[in-house]
Design a protein around this ligand. Structure first.
Ligand SMILES: Cc1cc2nc3c(=O)[nH]c(=O)nc-3n(C[C@H](O)[C@H](O)[C@H](O)COP(=O)(O)O)c2cc1C
Length: 183
């Protein structure tokens, strides 16, 4: 039985939701999966796991500083296990932006992160204007206006392909069972 660790940074809760869905899929197949918010600073017994995935949402073209701090502090542990990074953003509502080479946020992570993940995944996130602070809602609506996205201030749109999230979870389990680490 594989034991997988899913770590995440989430500001509004959607990346947390995706992380839990990954865990549920892994557990539904008879394996184990723990989910941890990196901001909780829960001590991690890395020796328990056969694979690790770290997810983070994109905020204003980058990532919260705690994501980079976490990977800097845990670079060695992350690299010693089969590992994957998943990036959540709404530009990825466009299918071509789910291709790693075409997604500037993923490329930015790969450039700035001390940890170079062996595997990457881009997941379309959620627009939730009513629950975002007015300033954030306004800024994102302006960006959306320029990129032909939704601008209605009442819009709540979940762009996540949940079947693809399940397929990604299966892929992580496969990484765990292969045991292959590409440094
Ligand atoms: C303040 C803020 C800034 C964002 N900036 C971007 C961005 O630059 N590019 C993008 O594609 N998505 C952007 N998004 C969309 C988020 O990545 C998306 O809503 C994601 O699902 C949020 O995940 P969370 O609920 O885990 O925080 C932004 C969202 C917010 C609230």
């Amino acid at each position: 039985m594989a034991n997988v660790l899913v770590l995440y940074y989430s500001r509004g809760g959607h990346t947390a939701h995706i992380s839990r869905a990954i865990s549920e899929q892994i557990q539904s197949q008879g394996d184990n999966c723990d989910v941890m918010n990196i901001q909780d600073k829960t001590p991690i017994d890395w020796s328990k796991y056969q694979a690790v995935a770290l997810g983070a949402c994109v905020l204003y073209g980058s990532y919260h500083k705690s994501v980079f701090e976490f990977v800097r502090e845990n670079q060695r542990h992350l690299s010693q296990l089969p590992n994957s990074f998943f990036c959540v953003n709404v530009v990825a509502r466009k299918p071509e932006k789910r291709i790693p080479e075409n997604n500037k946020y993923l490329q930015k992570f790969l450039t700035l992160s001390a940890w170079k993940p062996q595997d990457v995944k881009i997941i379309a996130g959620k627009v939730d204007y009513p629950s975002w602070p007015w300033y954030d809602s306004l800024m994102i609506r302006l960006i959306m206006k320029m990129t032909d996205g939704p601008t209605d201030p009442t819009a709540i749109i979940d762009y996540t392909d949940w079947d693809d999230v399940k397929a990604y979870a299966d892929h992580i389990t496969h990484l765990a069972s292969s045991g292959v680490v590409i440094a």
